[in-house]
Design a protein around this ligand. Structure first.
Ligand SMILES: [Zn+2]
Length: 279
């Protein structure tokens, strides 16, 4: 064996010997090998994920880096789920005026309490909404749906009424402009009294504690006005699926807006690398 310490004198060795040493060094150089994928479903190595995480806030980045396999497991499931569960509908992102979910069903035909007749929701929400109402009932809580699907035109009238009553600036903190309401998706639900005190009622506390288990996410949490653009709304939940609420809780601190912004920015990047790692 040639001691590696002799490499400084390599220029004096015969050519064949230099090639042999070169091959030996290449074999030892692990850094020259491509890094392996972190997860079998994605062709993503740790250094590539790190590049994404450089553009994410430090707390979220650390959570993802530490549990990257669980994270990618959940991302794979979110990508496979209904896209409307993760579409960003907020102050800056609107739905088309003519967007109407194609699977609206009348809540009056289901065993669920409502504040009036005529509410409709996307059929995709119903199994988990019914399961949640049943779980609440077992705990002695009766869930009541007070608002569900709202059309663009309905939201237009509602927003104008708020502007008339409060002025535009104050109205924007409590009411979405037409096209910007999650209710137009047919997957958002207002529960109970639609009042600030709802969060302090037994009913509101139950929903705050358990809704995530059924795929319902609090859209406008306390103290998140700067991020969401809305005041605290303890009654307003959006259905994002059970995998969605797990991803939101485990990696985004329960902040729906933060998670949906991340997915809006990066879902195409993850989707493009999905399935490329294996058969
Ligand atoms: Zn609402």
């Amino acid at each position: 064996m040639i001691p590696l310490g002799a490499a400084a004198g390599i220029h004096r060795w015969p050519a064949s010997l230099s090639v042999a040493v070169g091959l030996l060094l290449a074999g030892c150089g692990a850094s020259s090998e491509p890094a392996p994928p972190i997860h079998p479903d994605f062709s993503i190595a740790a250094p590539e994920l790190d590049e994404v995480l450089e553009q994410v806030d430090a707390v979220t980045a650390e959570r993802i880096r530490t549990h990257s396999q669980v994270f990618l497991d959940l991302v794979a499931q979110v990508l496979a789920a209904d896209r409307s569960f993760r579409v960003l509908v907020d102050k800056r992102h609107a739905l088309p005026q003519d967007y109407v979910p194609t699977d609206l069903v009348a809540l009056d035909t289901y065993p669920i309490t409502t504040n009036r007749t005529g509410h409709r929701l996307s059929r995709r929400v119903m199994p988990d909404l019914l399961a949640m109402a049943e779980a609440a009932r077992i705990d002695g809580i009766e869930l009541m749906v007070s608002s569900a699907y709202r059309s663009f035109d309905y939201q237009d009238r509602l927003y104008k009424r708020h502007v008339d009553q409060l002025g535009r600036e104050a109205a924007d903190l409590v009411s979405a402009r037409p096209g910007h309401s999650q209710h137009q998706l047919g997957t958002a639900v207002d529960f109970g009294s639609i009042s600030d005190g709802y969060g302090e009622t037994a009913n509101g506390r139950w929903v705050a504690q358990h809704a995530w288990r059924f795929g319902f996410s609090l859209s406008y949490p306390l103290g998140a006005t700067e991020r969401t653009g809305y005041n605290y709304e303890p009654w307003h939940f959006r259905y994002i699926g059970r995998v969605g609420t797990r991803l939101e809780r485990e990696f985004f601190g329960g902040q729906q807006q933060l998670m949906l912004e991340f997915l809006a920015a990066w879902a195409p990047w993850f989707a493009a690398r999905r399935g490329a790692a294996g058969p």
